[in-house]
Design a protein around this ligand. Structure first.
Ligand code: ATP
Length: 363
């Protein structure tokens, strides 16, 4: 197990900068997920930690030792990729035992370690088989087993289950989590799948354009996104974002979206904005629809209904904007239906219209 620290890490490929001043501390035993769109630099960060990629500047330390100039083999870190890189001519047992043979661990200890890892991963029955006889999920279990068997300081995983079908991914996700709890190995995991990130991580590192946008628990990333990018990247359907003007003083203020009639909210909700241009962020589940209206509700019309089984996503018009609301199945009959809408202002987010940073009320 290990503590990993990146300080002021920069990486250029030719003239193109793909990592911009990365600062990140990963605690011993922590499960950190790097989340971002394709090309944002998450794989490069992981490869830099592993020693498969050099950094242009900055330092990487593992347990206090600077490693940025060490070869991958000298960092005591294991890596699992999306593609199953098993040796086809070896059995599962031999594949898992391989890293132990390479460092000349005696046969009896090797046998004990291989069997223990196989037990944790539930692949004991496969030990005598060759990779060609395995399913995709089992191949990836073996790849993880091989990475874990020599008890590396840290386990780095790059979209390890990205190539599996949806059902198997769900199952493997649970297994990786269970494995992490059992072994408590420091783990860094790369994915572009926010559900995977939310379900696995102790902390999520949201990355965009080579810059860390937010490093926080899944709950914090969802409830308090640091900026517009994070707000729209995490959560499905995405958070509604609209320009908003704030009017009025006294006890109530009016949040007006476009030329809409506006939502009356307590002034305290918006007092910290000080009249600066802001964007409103509101998740679909924080939009309240009603057939009858009432105080705080504004009249609207549905423009689309997406039935998803457990709930529906209903599009409504406010001013010139379309907002997406989450409501119970069958609540809206179809498009063109008259409705009333209100916002749960406790769950409203505001962002600086210029730089996109969250304008969070200081508590
Ligand atoms: N060896 C290389 N030479 C030149 N450019 C590279 C190299 N490796 C990566 N890049 C570029 O660096 C940027 C970051 O790539 P990286 O693989 O880290 O992103 P990523 O977020 O992991 O994306 P993906 O999920 O697609 O792997 C991309 O623009 C990519 O094209």
């Amino acid at each position: 197990m290990a503590q990993i620290k990146l300080q002021n890490v920069q990486k250029f490929f030719g003239a193109v900068q793909v990592l911009r001043d990365i600062n990140l501390e990963i605690a011993d035993g922590e499960f950190v997920v790097m989340l971002g769109q394709s090309g944002c630099g998450k794989t490069t960060t992981l490869r830099a930690i592993a020693g498969l990629e050099t950094v242009s500047s900055g330092t990487i330390t593992i347990d206090g030792r600077e490693v940025q100039d060490l070869k991958a083999a000298d960092r005591d870190i294991a890596f699992v990729f999306q593609s199953f890189s098993l040796y086809p001519h070896m059995t599962v047992y031999e594949n898992i035992a391989f890293p132990l043979r390479a460092v000349r661990i005696p046969q009896s200890d090797r046998d004990k370690e291989v069997k223990e890892v196989a037990k944790v991963l539930g692949i004991e029955r496969l030990l005598s088989k060759r990779p060609s006889a395995l399913s995709g999920g089992d191949m990836q279990r073996v790849a993880i087993g091989r990475a874990l068997v020599r008890r590396p300081k840290a386990l780095l995983m790059d979209e390890p289950i990205g190539a599996l079908d949806a059902k198997l991914r769900e199952q493997m996700r649970a297994e990786i989590k269970r494995l992490h709890i059992a072994r408590n190995s420091t783990s860094v995991y790369v994915t572009h799948d926010q559900v995977e990130a939310m379900s696995l991580a102790d902390r999520i590192v949201v990355m965009h354009d080579g810059v860390l946008q937010q490093v926080d628990s899944p709950e914090q990333v969802y409830l308090h996104p640091a900026n517009l990018f994070v707000a729209q990247f995490v959560g499905s359907p995405v958070m509604n974002i609209t320009d908003v003007s704030v009017e009025g003083a006294g006890t109530d203020a009016l949040l007006r979206i476009g030329k809409s009639e506006g939502f009356r909210v307590p002034s305290a909700v918006v007092s910290h904005l000080n009249g600066a241009p802001a964007k409103l962020g509101i998740r679909p589940e924080a939009i309240i629809l009603s057939h009858n209206g009432g105080e705080g509700f504004v009249e609207t019309e549905t423009t689309n209904v997406e039935p998803l089984g457990s709930h529906d996503i209903v599009d409504i018009r406010i001013g010139d904007e379309t907002l997406r609301a989450r409501c119970e199945s069958g609540f809206a009959r179809g498009e063109g239906e008259r409705m009333w809408v209100s916002l749960d202002h406790h769950r409203a987010h505001f962002f600086d219209a210029g730089n996109g940073q969250s304008l969070r009320k200081e508590i």
